[in-house]
Write a protein that binds this ligand. Structure first.
Ligand code: XIL
Length: 317
């Protein structure tokens, strides 16, 4: 039966991977599938490398959760994506509600990124250094970083990450850039300006949290190519394709088509280096907790049975 990472490699990609989370690793039926490095060649921690998990109080770093995922990746011979250094969400309140001068917040970002990336130096293929900087209308998110530092926080974070681990690929990761629009345009302009200023940036992550039947593969392919043309690699970093519950055979069939289209889009763009699903089983998907009434977004169901979506992925590589 098909092994997705093996298929991805044979098709010239670097990996097929998945997000996972620490609380899932006590589920031995889950880890029996997760630990198969022919199925998954890459791991992303869904939560345990975020700021609230890694620096809950200023200057107090806790890496136990992240280390568990890093060890799992290493033990299984899987690539690791670091997620993430700077994001408006899951920020401890000492950051989000702090009132800092520009100089203070600069050194807070530098210390956080530097300590985090240094801790995992040599273990991480790529870091999502900046996550979700834009609103859907293409304006910058007015979080503590932007409000205090303007757009310069992006450069501050990227430079700190580069200095900490020169071999890690540095990414900006975003959603709703998988189709043409104001948000994709703003991010593209940011990439152009960072490149023009020689700011270290290696990749753009396309999250790809999609809705069954609503997404167009050719649009994604165009966006992947458009960003890649700026001299960055691109990756599908958080793929899932949700539906309004209950699932039906028709919805599952459309989901298979949609998963296949995502893989095809990545296949058709040489600089698209790999695909990560945002967990492989509906049992641990973030979707039902975030989008009320929706779910069934992953390629395996809640009982770890492969869905038609699995075949859509396998056929795409
Ligand atoms: C999600 C996690 O999967 C959830 O467990 C958590 O409660 C919220 O965050 N975009 C991202 C990810 O970049 O970090 C988010 O992960 C999903 C959306």
């Amino acid at each position: 039966s098909a092994k997705l990472h093996t298929l991805a490699k044979a098709a010239g990609k670097l990996y097929f991977g998945t997000a996972t989370d620490n609380n899932e690793l006590t589920d031995t039926a889950y880890t029996a599938i997760l630990d198969d490095n022919t199925m998954f060649g890459q791991i992303t921690p869904a939560n345990s490398m975020k700021w609230d998990a890694t620096e809950p109080q200023q200057g107090v770093f806790t890496f136990s959760g992240g280390d568990q995922i890093a060890t799992l990746a290493k033990t299984n011979g899987m690539l690791l994506r670091g997620h993430n250094c700077v994001w408006y969400n899951q920020l401890p309140s000492w950051v989000s509600s702090g009132s800092f001068t520009a100089a203070q917040l600069t050194s807070i970002i530098q210390n956080h990124c530097s300590t985090l990336v240094t801790h995992y130096k040599g273990q991480v293929y790529a870091w999502d250094v900046v996550n979700e900087p834009f609103n859907d209308d293409g304006t910058w998110r007015t979080d503590v970083f932007y409000n205090t530092l303007g757009t310069s926080y992006v450069q501050i974070a990227l430079e700190a990450a580069r200095a900490a681990d020169p071999n890690a690929k540095l990414y900006i990761n975003e959603y709703n850039i998988e189709f043409a629009g104001a948000k994709a345009t703003s991010l593209l302009n940011l990439v152009k300006s960072l490149k023009a200023a020689d700011v270290p940036l290696d990749g753009i992550g396309f999250q790809c949290h999609f809705i069954v039947g609503e997404f167009s593969g050719p649009g994604l392919q165009t966006q992947l190519s458009t960003f890649a043309a700026q001299g960055v690699e691109v990756a599908i970093t958080e793929l899932d394709i949700r539906m309004t519950l209950p699932s039906t055979p028709a919805l599952l069939a459309q989901q298979q088509t949609d998963y296949n289209s995502v893989i095809t889009a990545c296949m058709n763009v040489e600089s698209c280096i790999g695909v990560t699903v945002w967990d492989w089983t509906d049992k641990y998907s973030w979707v039902p907790n975030t989008f009320s009434g929706q779910g069934a977004a992953c390629p395996w169901d809640q009982n770890f049975v492969k869905k038609p979506a699995f075949n859509g992925i396998a056929a795409g590589f």
